[in-house]
Write a protein that binds this ligand. Sequence first.
Ligand code: ATP
Length: 248
Amino acid sequence: MSGAPPVLELRDVRCAFGDHEVLRGISLSVHRHEVVALIGASGSGKSTLLRTANLLEHIGDGQVLLAGEDISDPRVDADAVRARIGTVFQAYNLFPHLSVLDNVTLAARLVHNVPRARAEARALDLLASIGLGAKAKAFPDTLSGGQQQRVAIVRAIATEPELLLLDEITSALDPELVGEVLDLVRRLKDDGATILMATHEMAFAREVADRVVFLDQGRVCETGPAREVLGTPREPRTREFLSRVLAP
Ligand SMILES: Nc1ncnc2c1ncn2[C@@H]1O[C@H](COP(=O)(O)OP(=O)(O)OP(=O)(O)O)[C@@H](O)[C@H]1O
């Protein structure tokens, strides 16, 4: 084992909206090349947890570390932190007035100062690799939901982030479009990406995640290898949750 710190580490993180404490002392880590799936009932805090990791949510207490650096320190430049993290949300959030190519290259050019020609060459390679090379000049609204979400993922990886946060990326898709997006995540894993993803797709979590973290009312209730947590859960609450979501 190398002594490298985890890519992401949360230490006893708390987050509240008014009186409602949504994250109640979360500790977890994601190591390089690891895929970790966050599962849990609606409202258990999955999205909020992801949002604390890229500093979109106020961290009431605890620490968030990115590659060992305490990014929850208020003196840290949040934009510089976010430039190191790729995030994909449920709603693909592509810029409607920009072509697919411009969507994919925007952050590389404006945030990372990559010359346009180099950014476009990489974007075209990435788009070709997901079968969307011919759509480079198209606008998002001419693409299917699955295509738009794959473009959003490619946009997130175009800047070669240290960490990818995926928040329910298939939830807004028609069922027949889910597979193509999950195929892309499988490929990112095979390419060695480091991913923390909130998902309702248990079969996918079992197949792709190295570890699963089950959140229950803002706390980590159970964590472990995906096959163990999803196959033979130890905690009654995990069993109850899984029996509900896996019911035919
Ligand atoms: N901006 C906000 N203001 C107030 N309450 C919020 C805000 N964002 C989230 N919450 C509340 O925090 C709790 C956790 O929400 P969160 O979206 O993190 O859960 P989740 O596990 O991701 O749910 P889902 O699976 O439905 O996406 C919910 O009770 C939600 O209503």
